[in-house]
Ligand binder design. Structure first.
Ligand code: SF4
Ligand code: SF4
Ligand code: SF4
Length: 221
């Protein structure tokens, strides 16, 4: 079995980013490439022990510099206080929060891993963590984490495209504005053009024999 997958299976799937990578899969990748395997504080001693055995490398202790642990918990929103700012949605790694701008938001317990990432961004402090034995979210969290990343990348691409569209539109407007401001006097230009045609005809006339000049005058009347 691929090493990354076996390492990943040992991680607690909270997707909290405490290990200094965006989520559990990225930490598994980093470990497989030689990164130290004691940064998952939520996984605690149990995860460390399993990784020690799996990798045949012994690290004594979890590195507590990577933040506090995460309990078995889920987040809930105090509906009366929520102002619908969407900041929690942006912070959630598994898209467990639903709601629209200016409307009350809600958390889907089966998706919420209790990672705590939505707590700090909430400007009105209306998200609370409560004890939960529901481990459903951890079983599916990698799937929802990947899906959330994919959707956000698409949004980023779309925003970039919108931005470049506006940029090009501005350049177009600027060029058009310059053309409008060229200050061309159309009447004057037509006179110049007519004068040049006459000059040209006169040159041709002078280059012809006397006989042909009569025909030329007839044809250019
Ligand atoms: S649970 Fe958090 S700290 Fe542990 S591997 Fe996953 S993202 Fe990293
Ligand atoms: S709702 Fe909050 S605690 Fe739950 S997964 Fe999303 S960010 Fe983490
Ligand atoms: S961050 Fe807080 S106030 Fe804003 S939508 Fe989320 S729960 Fe509501």
């Amino acid at each position: 079995m691929e090493l990354i997958k076996v390492i990943h299976d040992e991680l607690p799937q909270i997707q909290c980013g405490r290990c200094d990578t965006p989520g559990c899969y990225q930490y598994a990748e980093a470990i497989a490439e030689g990164e130290v395997h004691n940064r998952c504080v939520p996984g605690g001693d149990k995860t460390l022990k399993n990784l020690n055995n799996l990798l045949n490398k012994n690290i004594e202790e979890i590195d507590l510099d990577y933040g506090p642990s995460v309990k078995n918990q889920t987040a809930i929103i105090n509906e009366e206080e929520c102002i619908g700012c969407k900041k929690c949605i942006t912070a959630c790694p598994v898209d467990a929060i639903c709601g629209s701008v200016n409307l009350m938001h809600n958390i889907i317990e089966d998706l919420c891993t209790g990672c705590e990432l939505c707590i700090e961004p909430c400007p009105v402090d209306c998200i609370e963590l409560v004890k939960s034995e529901n481990d459903q979210s951890r079983k599916n969290s990698q799937y929802y984490f990947n899906l959330t990343e994919e959707l956000r990348n698409q949004e980023t691409k779309k925003r970039k495209m919108d931005k470049s569209f506006i940029y090009n539109q501005n350049i177009g407007d600027e060029i058009n504005a310059r053309i409008d401001n060229r200050n061309i006097d159309t009447d004057e230009n037509i006179k110049i053009l007519q004068f040049k045609i006459l000059e040209n005809q006169l040159d041709q006339y002078h280059s012809l024999s006397k006989k042909d000049r009569t025909d030329f005058i007839k044809n250019n009347k």
